[in-house]
Write a protein that binds this ligand. Structure first.
Ligand code: SF4
Length: 697
């Protein structure tokens, strides 16, 4: 129980889980004996929660909760301070650095878990109060490949362009690199009826429930998607009427796929011809079918092309934009959708609009009350930003909100070195994360059940987060922090509201007329129980309010000609292939008990009991050759660094592959292995393929 006195009578609020993009609905109750949670009847989770959701109240009262600002002293130690001292110090240093080196000397790193209001105000703070182009966020590591591919194909990117509940009517669902049985278990309720085709090098819990499990070698999903398109065409499953009426660009895409015969696809991916054929026949024979991608397909240096290839397959079968069928991406972070459309991306303004679009700049600048010419241009993507810290051309200071890149960024050892090279690192968080522990100034902020706001879940539905309690004494909200800094940097206070409702009213105006239009959504409508998916334009009080758009593309796609576009893509190797020195491929992912960098879940006793330490899954034959027994400590080494992890023998894994969860810190940080190769279309790093060797620790 927090230090606040318990209420005389129990108090309950309807809110949502603080973790993943499913945003399961919860009833949160505070009584004399503490905070408890129950699932609500929210359509997405239908009374279900996973292990993380059930234990979420424990995060509210973690032992090392930050309650006072911390400032690093002359002795090199972080020491408690007060808010005025901390904010004055930060603003003073930012002004000095900006005056000396220019506005791009300051960078901002945001997060896909920040509420819509925070993501919006953070983007505005960077562009207006700091004047920097150096802002990006950890969603670049999560959703960017699918976003780039979705925009190219459909003219708009919304994780699922249909409600999650539509999946419940599906006959067949192909899941490429997604493991919802472990990462978002309540989603599986909607997949009970469907036959599943799972594309994954591991036999995950989701693959264990599949009618068909395709196990491509890591980094070859794109070749597999091309092979499936090839079979779709040669076996006569192409939907010619759909292609004619609703798409463009099939021929160039087919020119690439024509070479991907089943035999060649088997040679490159390892997926037998019979399994390829079975997958295509299942999909093509279904009345209602979906193709869904997840991080396994997306986190590659060719991630956007891989998603484009799966979208091409879905288009060839005539699925997207058909009621009861489609393509979608299973977003990862809690506000992965809202976080990427409201202005904290390096190249975007609120409403998913390009920062280079003159009209968008003028409209957003008018809402912000600044000249359009004062807004900076696009900046580097997340890894490029981190890689440039402290260099001659890079930022000298970084402000981090809602992210823990020391654990979650690729090439994590190098990223930690870049952070250490800064003149000023400021971290706003509610626990001393690995990144906060490196900071010069740590700002303690409120967390999920202590604040209100909105988030947008994986189906583009805007949800209310409601406060159950006040933050502990000494803690401020991120919005209050941004306002406090903005004012100290010379901004008028009323340009940076710190009440979530006011910020939401402003972001409604800033997204008006955009593809991700929130202007018709209000707290009052959401509190009235309406299910509002963007786009939801404001009708200005004329007629009934817009009902939102649960299903996109039923009549037309969002490109000016209304058609979806095939993209001509081809397979290429991963940036790094196994070799004599590093003969195995390491791939990374999530486990049921933990979330993202683990900064929250590693502090929950029952979750750490379930998954206490870093581990490496390895095939028994591979382990034997490496001299490793089940339960031993192994050292996994790539060209970037080494990880020490507990061996788990897993027969369902490819013998050429090892798997490490990425939630752990210290020597167990899986991202000590990953590299900095980036997807040229999206800026996504290659998290899923690293050449490694393994041996006893
Ligand atoms: Fe929370 Fe996601 Fe688990 Fe639902 S599935 S309870 S949103 S972590």
């Amino acid at each position: 129980m927090s230090e606040q006195s318990a209420p005389a009578a129990p108090r309950t609020v309807h809110t949502h889980c603080p973790y993943c993009a499913l945003q399961c609905g919860t009833r949160l109750t505070r009584a004399r004996d503490g905070v408890s949670v129950e699932p609500s009847a929210f359509a997405v989770n239908q009374g279900g929660l996973c292990q993380k959701g059930w234990t979420a109240p424990e995060v509210l009262d973690v032992r090392d909760r930050l309650r006072r600002p911390l400032v690093r002293g002359a002795d090199g130690e972080l020491a408690p301070s007060d808010w005025d001292t901390a904010l004055d110090l930060v603003a003073g240093r930012l002004r000095e650095l900006r005056d000396e080196h220019g506005p791009d000397a300051v960078g901002v790193f945001g997060g896909g878990g920040l509420t819509n209001e925070k993501a919006y105000l953070l983007g505005k703070f960077a562009r207006v109060a700091l004047g920097t182009s150096r802002i990006d966020y950890n969603g670049r590591f999560c959703m960017s490949s699918a976003a780039a591919a979705g925009n190219a194909a459909f003219g708009i990117d919304r994780g699922l362009p249909f409600p999650v509940t539509d999946l419940g009517r599906a006959d067949v669902v192909l899941l490429a690199g997604a493991n919802p049985a472990e990462t978002m278990p309540p989603l599986m309720r909607h997949l009970d009826r469907a036959e599943l085709i799972v594309v994954d090098p591991r036999r995950t819990p989701t693959a264990g429930r599949a009618a068909l499990h395709l196990r491509p070698a890591p980094g070859t999903d794109l070749a597999l998607a091309l092979g499936l398109l090839h079979l779709t065409v040669v076996e006569g499953h192409l939907d010619h009427a759909y292609l004619r009426d609703r798409t463009t660009g099939f021929d160039p895409a087919w020119q690439r796929a024509v070479a991907w015969t089943p035999e060649r696809t088997e040679r490159v991916t390892g997926v037998p011809v019979a399994d390829q054929r079975a997958a295509v026949r299942l999909l093509a024979g279904a009345r209602r079918a979906y193709v869904l991608t997840g991080r396994g397909a997306e986190q590659h240096s060719k991630g956007a092309d891989t998603v484009s290839a799966f979208i091409n397959l879905a288009l060839a079968l005539g699925l997207p934009g058909r009621n009861g069928s489609g393509y979608g991406c299973l977003t990862g972070q809690g506000n992965g959708q809202g976080g990427r459309e409201l202005g904290q991306k390096a190249d975007q303004l609120p409403g998913y609009r390009s920062i280079t679009d003159r009209r968008a700049r003028a409209e957003v600048a008018a809402v912000w009350g600044v000249p359009a010419r004062s807004l900076p241009g696009p900046g580097p993507s997340a890894y490029e930003l981190l890689d440039s810290l402290g260099t001659a051309d890079g930022p000298r200071a970084l402000l981090v909100f809602g992210s823990n890149p020391v654990v979650s960024a690729p090439r994590a050892g190098h990223v930690a070195e870049r952070l250490a090279a800064l003149d000023l690192l400021v971290v706003a968080d509610f626990v001393p994360s690995e990144t906060a522990r490196m900071a010069d100034v740590v700002l303690p902020v409120a967390q999920w059940a202590e604040e209100e706001g909105t988030l947008t879940n994986l189906e583009g539905r805007v949800l209310r987060r409601r406060p159950l309690m006040d933050p502990p004494a000494g803690v401020r909200t991120d919005l209050e922090v941004l306002r406090g800094l903005a004012v100290r940097l010379g901004q008028p206070a009323d340009r940076f509201p710190d009440r979530p409702r006011e910020v939401f009213e402003e972001l409604r105006r800033a997204t008006r007329g955009s593809r991700a239009d929130y202007s018709g959504i209000s707290y009052a409508r959401l509190d009235g129980g309406e299910a509002l998916h963007w786009p939801c334009p404001d009708r200005g009080g004329i007629g009934t309010p817009h009902p939102g758009t649960p299903r996109l593309f039923l009549d037309r796609f969002a490109h000016p000609d209304g058609r979806a576009r095939f993209l001509a893509v081809d397979h290429r190797d991963a940036a790094e292939l196994p070799c004599a020195e590093y003969p195995l491929t390491a791939t990374t992912g999530r486990v049921l008990a933990h979330y993202q960098s683990g900064a929250q879940t590693r502090r929950v006793p029952s979750l750490t009991k379930a998954e206490p330490e870093a581990y490496v899954e390895i095939h028994p034959d591979t382990a034997r050759r490496a001299g490793l027994a089940d339960g031993a400590l192994a050292e996994v080494t790539s060209r970037r660094g080494s990880v020490v992890a507990r061996v788990r023998l897993v027969k369902g894994l490819r013998a050429d592959t090892v798997f490490l969860p990425f939630h752990f810190a210290g020597r167990g940080r899986a991202n000590l292995l990953t590299g900095g190769a980036l997807d040229p279309r999206s800026g996504m790093p290659e998290f899923k393929v690293s050449a490694v060797r393994i041996g006893p620790a």
